[in-house]
Unconditional design. Sequence first.
Length: 723
Amino acid sequence: MSNPNPNSTSIDAAEDSTVKAVNKRYEGLVTVRTKAVKGKGAWYWAHLEPILIRNPETNAPKAVKLKCGFCDAAFSASNPSRTATEHLKRGTCPNFTSPTNPISQLPPLSSPKQNHRKRSSQSQQSVSPSLNASPINTFDPSRCLKPPVLLSGGRDDFRPLALLEDSVKKLKTPKASSSSPAPTLSKHQIKTAFDFLADWFYESCGSVSFSSLEHPKFKAFLDQVGLPAVSKTEFSTARLDSKFEIAKAESEARIRDASFFQIASNGWNSKNFLADKNQCLVNFTVNLPNGLRIFQKAVYSGGGGGTVPPQYVEEVLWETAAGICGGDARRCVGFVVDKYKSSALKNLELENHWMVNLPCQLQGFLSLIKDFYRELPLFRNVGDSCTKIANLVNSMPQIRNIFSKIRLQGVAFASYIRVPPNKCDVSKNLSPFIGMLDDLLSCSRILHLIVLDDSYRDVCSTDDKAREVADVIQDVRFWNDVSAAHSLVKIIMGMTEEIEAERPLIGQCLPLWEELRAKVKGWCSKYSFVEGPVEEIVERRFRKNYHPAMSAAFILDPLYLVRDLSGKYLPPFKCLTNEQEKDVDKIVTRLVSSEEAHVAVMELMKWRSEGLDPLYARAVQVRQRDPQTGKMKVANPQSSRLVWETCLKEFRSLGKVAVRLLFLHATSCGVKYDFALMRSFCGKGVSGEDLERVQKMVFVAAHAKIKNNEPSDEVLDDTSSPV
């Protein structure tokens, strides 16, 4: 029957072209799948089968689909690879586990079978392919339900079986082996890599032991990146010697370039409450006028926390200076040491008039806390009461049960209150005392809840100590005293932390002590304490740590010049006492020759009346905000000395004194060591060779930290002996 529509011819032609395209696409996929069956195609063709979807009315092919051999689901044939990835690899197919099966689960070999099953939908109908191609693998429900293989060795056979299967896979596909060959490095690359490794190892200063170089995991790492094994002997001998010689040469060259220097030594004050009683390493650092610090050496003091004779300290200090100066002892301007200010330092200064030997101001502030504990009744009373509370809370089971009950309610606090040991002399070691105050204040609210608990009241009915402790805890004045003692300690500790971080110069000492006086005065006002006894303790400690050079440096430092009404920038003589003014004259005349003494005094009078050009004075006093701390700091700390060497050349004699004073450090802070490294350094049975090895490591590490502008008092941690 003819079609009356004039466009029927064009429609039929379009349908014919569509059918041809569908058939062509289908035949192409069947061809690809046939090649895959023979091992020349993608793995997923074993599980995906091309099918023709026919029009139910005309029975003409209208689309090509891919049918999953596991679940009979049909998908678009536009992108077989993506279909396989999304449906098979990503776990969408409920019956598919892995594209390849281990040999323990492979079914017996059998002839391929065709599997063309219709979908449940009546709108789709599958047709057998025109080419004689069969799927490689069809879904067999019995495979999913197959029980695991039973082995004669039981479960212990699974690991050897897995190794066998892994070996089979590697033999079948050797390129897919996970163990790739190590990269080949040139001799230069290997040398550079070991240089960096050595730098890191030595700069760790003992936190990584020599035995770690022979650890199997470390050896495996080196092998993986293409490096040969590390020689422990080489790292502890030849390579260490080389690094030490390089660092020593750089240090000596910098010291030679300087006209003069100061030697800082710390570690003598082993009884300091921040130090361990076994500390016995003494550090020597050279402070240069340009602000650089050069680590010089670390020596063994004879240790164990024992007292070293002042005569021995004096000899060690002088030998150190002579070894650095060579024939010109005047290059050593002086020492700053954490102990022996009234003996060794004073004797050296009397014997060498050009020297200015300073006590470490950090130790002075720390000693002030001990002074308060010994001389202020507040600290004794607070210490006794806190100890009673802590001992009762820590030892009584009933109170411990109340603690546990409160903790279960979600309140966080320390399990125990720290208490100073019975043999601990708190006046010499305040660290446990400070810890006890911290714990008491942190759980003060909990203690109030405890004494109100019914079970605690039952304890009080039979225990006098419990009643006494309850009265103390409920006493408002007691908690005010605890807060006062804790606050005063924190004030001083806060300043010591700043001193240790900033390492103030000698000219900053008087302002530092004045700042402390102001804070202590504010503390007295806040907690209603009489200022007299507290200020007397501060003044006594200040006098012990005072050196006349502090007043002279304060006057000669352009940083502290004060602008008067006429616009001049003059030295702050008004801030000094009469005795301190005399100290300025004494220091100036002592540090110059007898012939220049009169000239130096005249120049000092001129400096007092004329001061410095306002432009340069303001330039020296320029401050900028420190990005790390947020505090305003001097933009160029070297300006104070440089002004005397350039703009104030007319002060010839006074200028010599100024440049030798203004760069002096007021603290002896140096490299700190962890106690494990201390034991390896000072322990019994350590040979001279091992001692020398550790000394070299200390030198290399400290030199690297100072060179890289890192804080050299950072703790050089150690978890194992480096020797």
